[in-house]
Every structure is written in structure tokens, then in C-alpha cells.
Design a protein around this ligand. Structure first.
Ligand code: HEM
Length: 398
């Protein structure tokens, strides 16, 4: 490793646990250099991959770039899950879980139920004429939809949400994250066990009874997968909903266009996914000596694959720092690519379109509160911490 090793603080101006305001100038500098730079992370020194083409190459070639890189990070907290598996093991597990999150499984009354949940949450604050839409809407709404799919009783939502949030603070509080993982496991195991004997048609029941070629998932495998899903459901969609509201309220002409049709709203969601990717980076490890972007990498090298940097690459996107809901094509990599492409992307789109369209329909004259900038923050996960807005106060629905 001959290139200088840089820390996240030097590059991005924050710390790994403190919100980073704007990583994009640093990403742009690194993209313009000769090849991937070296980044000191919590666990080790990694190559930071920032160019769109390099990110595509790495994510599409899982033989050279393995996901076992996730064993030491997310794997310690979640247990063994598909994000750290390669090859046949990944095929088997992905095939077992995919049907439970497929468009077919998401049909039925889920759209209607998501709308009802969004309405119930909005009813709690619509009479006030003001709200913090992160705290009072986007933080809880996608998770409530997802817990319904899982079949988790309403009374248990809050503690599951608290455990999931602890996972994502693993950098700041590793012991707290491990305790939360254990507590969630203790909660989930009896539920899994019960659904094996008495299936109820929810997602946990589907997972408990899923089989490929006569092979199913063990209880502990299901519990680990559920831990992953709860975090995926808790920490991602809420960020894209918050960032999309922030982006539209700070670009009022585009806000008007986004409200004209479902397809315009979907374009706004896609542009938000590109412009402020909720998951900024994923991890990989080289399985052999190889090269990326003209730089030689040894076997076993750790890679931080910066989706957020690829999505702002000027070689791929015109004027990449501009938020533009009419951008076409918009082939962002916010859901990853290749065999690990996000298994929950359909659900994320469903939750975001229903949640945002309900908000925009019901909150009339929606605008940012005075002094609210809508600032989006974070390095690993990005989204606004708060979003104070004003609107015309109305009585909740009867
Ligand atoms: C806007 C919301 C979301 C974003 C931006 C997002 C992003 C991602 C990304 C980038 C990956 C690839 C990880 C890698 O390559 O190592 C991924 C994988 C995954 N996501 Fe999502 N995700 C979102 C929502 C969800 C939801 C709602 C769920 C399910 C409840 C979910 C479940 C998963 C699963 C299970 C994987 C692992 C797939 C595999 O390893 O084969 N995601 N997601």
C-alpha cells in the first residue's frame, strides 16, 4: 500500500459516529485522483471505491470481490445472514427468502394497509399545523408497515425499533449493539418457534416454512435474517422519505411537478435515491490479487464501495450535484447491483410512494418552518435528523 492512508475525519470533516454534513466534495476529489484511495476505518485500512464504473465492476464480480467482508462488521451483530454469503450458499438463502419479499407477496391489501397506517400517523399531528416530519412521520411509518408484514404485534413495535436503532450505532456503542442483538434474538426465537407450529400467513411464518430442494432455514438463521430485515426496514426507507421531502421542499418547482402524478413522484424518489443515497457504502474483500481503476490490490484487501460517490460521478450523470426529478436515464446504484441487489427494494418503493403521496395529499400548503434548512447528514446512512414543517391545520379524519 503506497498511497497515503486517510481517515474519515480528514476526508469528510466529521467522525465516524458524528453526522457528516457533506461528503460530496471529498468524493469528487477522490474520483479525480489516479485510483481508489486508502481509508482508515474502524476495523482496518480499506480501499475507497468512488467511481461509478469501478463500483459497477466490483458489485457485478462477486467471484473476485467477496461479501465475506461483512463477517467482521454487520455479521458480529446480526449473526450469519445473506449479506455476508457468496456463491451457492447465497443462492440458497436468497431463494428461500426472496418469495417472502417478492411483488407477488407484496400484493393484496398491503398498499391499502400502508395508506391506513400513514393516515393514522398523520391524524396524530394534522390538527397542529406544524410537525417534525422525521420524528413524527418518517421514523415510524415504514417500520410500522414492515412490522405488520412480519406479524409483530403493535405493542412490541417500540422496543424492536429501539433495538434496531442500537445496531446502527455500533460504532459509538458496540456493547449496546450486541446487547440489543441478543435481546432481539430472545424476543424473536419463541415467535419463530410458534409460527413453525402455527403458521399465520405473515412473513415470519413464510420464512419458517420456506424450503428449496427440501432444505429450509433453522430457527437461528431466521432470527438472524429478521434482525437484518428489521435494520434494513428501520434505517433505510425512513431516510429516503425524509430526504425526498427535504429535497422537494427546497426545490418548490419540482415539488409541484412531483405532485402531478404517481410516475412523477416515483421519479422524485429515484432522484432522491441517487442524490442522497440512504446507504452510502457497502463492503467487499478481494479473493485474489487484482486491480480496480488501475490500482493493484492484494488478495484479502478490504474495499469500501461508495454508492453515494458513484451516484454523483460526473462521468455518468450530467451536473451530478443538481437535484433533478426529470433526469433520464437515472441508473443509480442506491440499491446496490448484482447478486446482493437489495431484496427489499420493491417494499421500499411501495412504502415511499404511499407514504409521500398521503403526506402531500393531506398536508396542504406544506412548507419548511422558518429557520429549518432540511439539512441531510451522515456518512454511512444519510438522511435529515429533523424536518420541521408547517401546513394548514385540519381536523383529523373522523
Ligand atoms: C430505500 C431503502 C433501501 C435502500 C437504499 C437499501 C439499500 C440496500 C443496498 C445498497 C443493499 C446491498 C448490500 C450489498 O451489496 O452488500 C441492500 C441489500 C439488502 N436489503 Fe436493502 N435497502 C433499502 C430497503 C430495504 C428494505 C425495506 C428491506 C426489507 C425489509 C431491505 C432488505 C435488504 C436485504 C435482505 C438485503 C440483502 C440482499 C443480499 O445480500 O442478497 N432493504 N439494500
Amino acid at each position: 500500500m503506497s498511497a497515503p492512508i486517510r481517515t474519515a475525519i480528514e476526508l469528510f470533516g466529521g467522525t465516524e459516529v458524528d453526522p457528516v454534513p457533506n461528503p460530496y466534495p471529498a468524493y469528487a476529489r477522490i474520483r479525480s485522483e489516479d485510483g481508489p484511495c486508502l481509508l482508515q476505518t474502524l476495523m482496518n485500512v480499506s480501499y475507497l471505491i468512488t467511481r461509478y464504473d469501478d463500483v459497477r465492476t466490483v458489485l457485478h464480480d462477486d467471484a473476485r470481490f467477496s461479501s465475506r467482508a461483512n463477517e467482521d462488521g454487520i455479521g458480529i451483530i446480526m449473526g450469519r445472514t445473506i449479506v455476508q454469503m457468496d456463491g451457492k450458499e447465497h443462492d440458497l438463502h436468497r431463494n428461500l427468502i426472496s418469495p417472502a419479499l417478492s411483488p407477488r407477496a407484496l400484493r393484496g391489501d398491503l398498499q391499502v394497509r400502508a395508506r391506513e397506517i400513514a393516515d393514522e400517523i398523520i391524524d396524530e399531528f394534522i390538527g397542529d399545523g406544524h410537525a417534525d416530519l422525521v420524528k413524527q412521520f418518517s421514523f415510524t411509518y415504514p417500520l410500522r408497515v414492515f412490522f405488520e408484514i412480519l406479524g409483530i404485534p403493535r405493542a412490541d413495535h417500540d422496543r424492536l425499533h429501539k433495538w434496531a436503532s442500537s445496531f446502527t450505532r455500533v460504532g459509538a456503542d458496540p456493547a449496546g449493539a450486541l446487547d440489543a442483538a441478543a435481546a432481539m434474538g430472545e424476543y424473536l426465537m419463541p415467535v419463530v418457534h410458534e409460527r413453525r407450529t402455527t403458521p399465520t400467513g405473515d412473513l415470519i411464518s413464510r420464512l419458517a416454512h420456506a424450503e428449496v430442494d427440501g432444505v429450509g432455514l433453522a430457527d437461528e438463521e431466521i432470527a438472524s435474517f429478521l434482525r437484518l430485515l428489521v435494520v434494513a426496514g428501520a434505517e433505510t426507507t425512513y431516510h429516503v422519505i425524509g430526504s425526498c421531502i427535504s429535497a422537494l421542499l427546497t426545490h418548490p418547482d419540482q415539488f409541484n411537478r412531483a405532485r402531478e402524478s404517481n410516475s412523477a413522484l416515483l421519479s422524485a424518489i429515484n432522484e432522491t435515491l441517487r442524490w442522497e443515497s440512504p446507504v452510502q457504502m457497502v463492503m467487499r474483500e478481494t479473493t485474489e490479487a487484482t486491480s480496480v481503476g488501475g490500482v493493484e490490490l492484494p488478495e484479502g484487501a478490504s474495499l469500501v464501495v461508495a454508492l453515494g460517490a458513484a451516484n454523483r460521478d460526473e462521468r455518468q450523470f450530467d451536473d451530478p450535484d443538481r437535484f433533478d426529478i426529470e433526469r433520464t436515464p437515472n441508473e443509480h446504484v442506491a440499491f446496490g447491483l448484482g447478486r446482493h441487489y437489495c431484496a427489499g427494494s420493491r417494499l421500499a418503493y411501495l412504502e415511499a410512494t404511499v407514504g409521500l403521496s398521503t403526506l402531500f395529499e393531506r398536508l396542504r400548503s406544506l412548507r419548511l418552518a422558518p429557520q429549518e434548512s432540511g439539512q441531510i447528514v451522515g456518512l454511512a446512512f444519510r438522511g435529515p435528523d429533523r424536518l420541521r414543517v408547517e401546513f394548514e391545520a385540519e381536523a383529523p379524519r373522523a
